[in-house]
Design a binder for this molecule. Structure first.
Ligand code: FAD
Length: 604
C-alpha cells in the first residue's frame, strides 16, 4: 500500500496562510481536485485541492496552523494501492469538465449597512440551475430568495434555449414527415406557414412552462426579487430593480443578506467582434424570435445549437451555408453517427465550409457580405439575408461582483467548484453553465440539487445531506436535429484516441421492424463495452451513441446502464418491448454478446 503525502501546491504569493477549515477527515475517500482545506490570508480565502485520489490516513494540519507551498496537509493511501477498493469501475468520460487553473480572488468587500431581506440561501439566477436549487432548498426547509433580472423564471433554457428551440423543431419535424408521406402514398399538399401563429405557439409553450415555475415557487414560499444582483461582500448582494420585458433598470435598489449563496448566473452567446450591428445578424435568441424566414442563411459554427436552428429555418424554406473551423460538424459525437445525419441533411445545405474561419463581414443593402478564410489560406465570400452566430457561449462570472464576495473567477469567467459545488468561499456555491462544460440544462439541475442538499445538511446538521456530491459518471448529449444524434459516456473516437480496448455492439436500424414501419430506418445504435483483459469478457458498458428519430428520448437508458455498471448480458437480457426503437439498445448489447438473432449470423 502506497502512502503518499499531499502538500500545499504553488499558491502564488501566499506565505504562511492560516488554515480556517478542514474539509476532510481520516477515513474519507477523496478524489483528485477535491478540496482538502480552506486557507485564508488578509487578501482572500481559497480551497486547496488534492493532487491525488485515495483514502485519508492522517491529517497533518489543524485549524489555525499556518501553511505555505510544500507544507504537508495529510497522508493518503493512494487509490489503486487500496486493498479494499471496489472492483474497477468503468472509466467513463469525465462527468464534468476538469476545473480550470486556480484563480485567486482579490480582497473581499465589506458591507456595514442594513439589509432589506434576510435568507438562508440566496440563489443568483433563475435558470434550470437556479430554480432547481431554490426549490430543492425550500423543500428541505430553508428560507430561499431567488434574484433574477428577467420577468420570468426559467433562464436561457426555458425562455430562449432548450424549450423554444424544441417547440420549433417539433413543427419542423412534422413538416418534414408530412413531405415524406408523399412517398408512402399520402399527399397533404404543400404546407402554408403562418409565421406569426408559429411564433405565438412557441411563446405559449414558454409561457406555460415559466408560469408553471412561478406557481411552483409560490407553493414552496420561495421569494423572487427582480433585478440585477451583484455581491457587496461575502454575505450581501445588492439588487438593482429591473422592469418591463427586458432588463431596463428602474434605479431602485435592495440589499439582501444571506447565510449561503448559490451562483447560477449562467452564460451568454459569444459575439464575434467583427460583425457589424445589424438586425440581419443574430445569435440563438434572435433566431428564436423568428421574425421572418430568410432566403439564404449563414450559420457560423457547426455545433448543436447552430444546426438545430438551421434545421428549423431550412424546413421553413431557407437555404443554408454553414462555416466551421474544425474538420467536422457536431463535434463530440462519433463521426459514424454524424455521417448518417449528414447524408440525410445534405439537401438543406448549399455549402458546408469546414476548416474555415469567418474573418470579416459588411452590412450592404443586398445582404450581409461575409468573408471566409480556409485554414489552407483560401479566401471566399458569401451574401446572406440572415447570419446566425453560434460559436459558443461564455459564462457570466465576471458580471456579478464575485470579487467582492472573495469568489475566484477564472480568466474566461468560470467559477471553479469542488464536487460539492462549493466555490473557494466555503458558504458560496456555484452551479450550471457558470462552472464549466458541458453547458447543458440537465447538468445544471443535477448540480443544483447537490448544492442545495449540502447547504441544507450543513445548516441542519444532517450528515447525509451535507455529504451530497456530484458523482454522476456521465452526462448525455443530444442534438435534436432530424435525425437526432445522442451519445453518452465514452465515444468510439475517444476510446481509440485513449487506447481503451472496447467491444462494440452495433445495431443498424435497417433491421429494426419499428424503424422500417416508420419509414425511417437510417438509424444506428452503438454500445461500447470494456474489453480490457481485467474485464474477462464481461466488461461493463462504457458508452453508447445513437442516430435516428427519437434517439434523444432513448439515450437515458444507456446513461442508466453506465451508472449501474451493466454489462452486455444485463442489457441484452432485459426484455425490451417490441416493436420499438428502444429495442435497438437491447439488440446492440446482444450483438456485443454474440446472441443477436435479428441480424445475419456473425461470420465465423
Ligand atoms: P441560465 O439558464 O443561463 O440562467 C441564468 C439566469 O441568471 C438567467 O435567467 C439570467 O437572467 C440570470 N442572471 C445572470 N446574471 C444575473 C444577475 N447579475 N442578476 C440577476 N439575474 C442574473 N441545454 C440542454 O440541456 N438541452 C437543450 O436542448 C438545450 N438547448 C439549447 C438551445 C439553445 C438555443 C441555447 C442557447 C441553449 C440550449 N441549452 C440546452 C443550454 C441550456 O439552456 C443551458 O445549459 C442552461 O440554461 C444553463 O442553466 P443555468 O441555470 O446555468 O443558467
Amino acid at each position: 500500500m502506497a502512502l503518499i503525502e499531499v502538500q500545499v501546491p504553488d499558491i502564488g504569493d501566499f506565505e504562511d496562510v492560516g488554515v480556517i477549515e478542514l474539509l476532510v477527515q481520516p477515513g474519507d475517500t477523496v478524489k483528485v481536485e477535491q478540496s482538502l482545506i480552506t486557507v485564508e490570508s488578509d487578501k482572500a480565502s481559497m480551497e486547496i485541492p488534492s493532487s491525488a485520489a485515495g483514502v485519508v490516513k492522517a491529517l497533518q494540519v489543524k485549524l489555525g496552523d499556518k501553511v505555505k507551498q510544500g507544507s504537508v496537509i495529510l497522508t493518503l493511501e493512494a487509490a489503486g494501492a487500496v486493498a479494499s477498493a471496489p472492483a474497477a469501475a468503468p472509466p467513463p468520460a469525465p462527468a464534468a469538465a476538469a476545473p480550470a487553473p486556480v484563480v485567486v480572488a482579490g480582497p473581499a468587500g465589506s458591507y456595514g449597512g442594513a439589509a432589506d431581506v434576510e435568507c438562508d440561501v440566496l440563489v443568483l439566477g433563475a435558470g434550470p440551475g437556479g430554480y432547481s436549487a431554490a426549490f430543492r432548498a425550500a423543500d428541505l426547509g430553508l428560507k430561499v430568495v431567488i434574484v433574477e433580472r428577467y420577468a420570468t423564471l426559467g433562464g436561457v433554457c426555458l425562455n430562449v434555449g432548450c424549450i423554444p428551440s424544441k417547440a420549433l423543431l417539433h413543427v419542423a419535424a412534422v413538416m418534414d414527415e408530412v413531405r415524406h408521406m408523399v412517398d408512402l402514398g399520402v399527399d397533404f399538399g404543400a404546407p402554408s406557414v403562418n409565421i406569426d401563429k408559429l411564433r405565438s405557439h412557441k411563446d405559449k409553450v414558454i409561457g406555460k412552462l415559466t408560469g408553471g415555475l412561478a406557481a411552483m415557487g409560490k407553493m414552496r414560499k420561495v421569494s423572487t426579487v427582480r433585478g440585477v444582483g451583484t455581491f457587496l461582500d461575502p454575505h450581501h448582494v445588492e439588487v438593482e430593480e429591473t422592469t418591463g420585458a427586458g432588463t431596463e433598470r428602474s434605479g431602485a435598489k435592495k440589499v439582501l443578506r444571506f447565510k449561503h449563496a448559490i451562483i447560477a448566473a449562467g452564460s451568454q452567446s459569444v459575439k464575434l467582434p467583427f460583425f457589424p450591428q445589424d438586425e440581419r445578424i443574430v445569435d440563438s435568441t434572435g433566431a428564436l424570435a423568428l421574425k421572418a424566414v430568410p432566403k439564404k442563411m449563414l450559420i457560423v459554427g457547426g455545433g448543436i445549437i447552430g444546426l438545430e436552428m438551421g434545421t428549423v429555418y431550412s424546413t421553413l424554406g431557407a437555404r443554408l451555408d454553414v462555416v466551421e473551423m474544425m474538420d467536422g460538424l457536431m463535434q463530440g459525437a462519433d463521426r459514424d453517427l454524424v455521417k448518417v445525419w449528414e447524408k440525410m441533411n445534405a439537401g438543406r445545405f448549399d455549402k458546408i465550409m469546414l476548416k474555415t474561419k469567418t474573418v470579416g463581414a459588411e452590412a450592404t443593402p443586398e445582404g450581409i457580405k461575409v468573408q471566409f478564410e480556409g485554414l489552407d489560406g483560401s479566401k471566399s465570400e458569401g451574401l446572406y439575408d440572415l447570419v446566425l452566430q453560434a460559436v459558443g457561449r461564455t459564462p457570466n462570472g465576471k458580471k456579478i461582483g464575485a470579487e467582492k464576495a472573495g469568489v475566484a473567477v477564472t480568466d474566461r469567467g468560470f467559477i471553479n467548484v469542488d464536487l460539492q459545488m462549493r466555490s473557494n468561499v466555503p458558504h458560496i456555491f456555484a452551479i450550471g453553465d457558470i462552472v464549466g462544460q458541458p453547458m447543458l440544462a440537465h447538468k445544471a439541475v443535477h448540480e443544483a440539487h447537490v448544492a442545495a442538499e449540502v447547504i441544507a445538511g450543513t445548516l441542519k446538521g444532517d450528515k447525509e445531506l451535507a455529504s451530497a456530491a456530484f458523482n454522476a459518471r456521465v452526462i448525455p448529449s443530444v442534438a435534436y436535429t432530424d435525425p437526432e444524434v445522442a451519445w453518452v459516456g465514452l465515444t468510439e473516437d475517444q476510446a481509440k484516441a485513449q487506447g481503451i480496448k472496447v467491444k462494440k455492439g452495433l445495431f443498424p436500424w435497417t433491421a429494426s421492424g419499428r424503424a422500417i414501419a416508420n419509414g425511417r430506418d437510417e438509424g444506428v445504435t452503438k454500445l461500447l463495452f470494456d474489453d480490457s483483459p481485467e474485464a474477462h469478457g464481461h466488461g461493463r458498458i462504457l458508452g453508447g451513441g445513437m442516430v435516428g428519430t427519437h434517439a434523444g428520448d432513448m439515450i437515458g437508458e444507456v446513461a442508466l446502464a453506465i451508472e449501474m455498471g451493466a454489462d452486455a448480458i444485463d442489457i441484452g437480457k432485459t426484455i425490451h418491448p417490441h416493436p420499438t426503437l428502444g429495442e435497438s439498445i437491447g439488440m446492440a448489447a446482444e450483438v456485443a454478446h454474440g446472441s443477436c438473432t435479428d441480424l445475419p449470423p456473425a461470420r465465423r
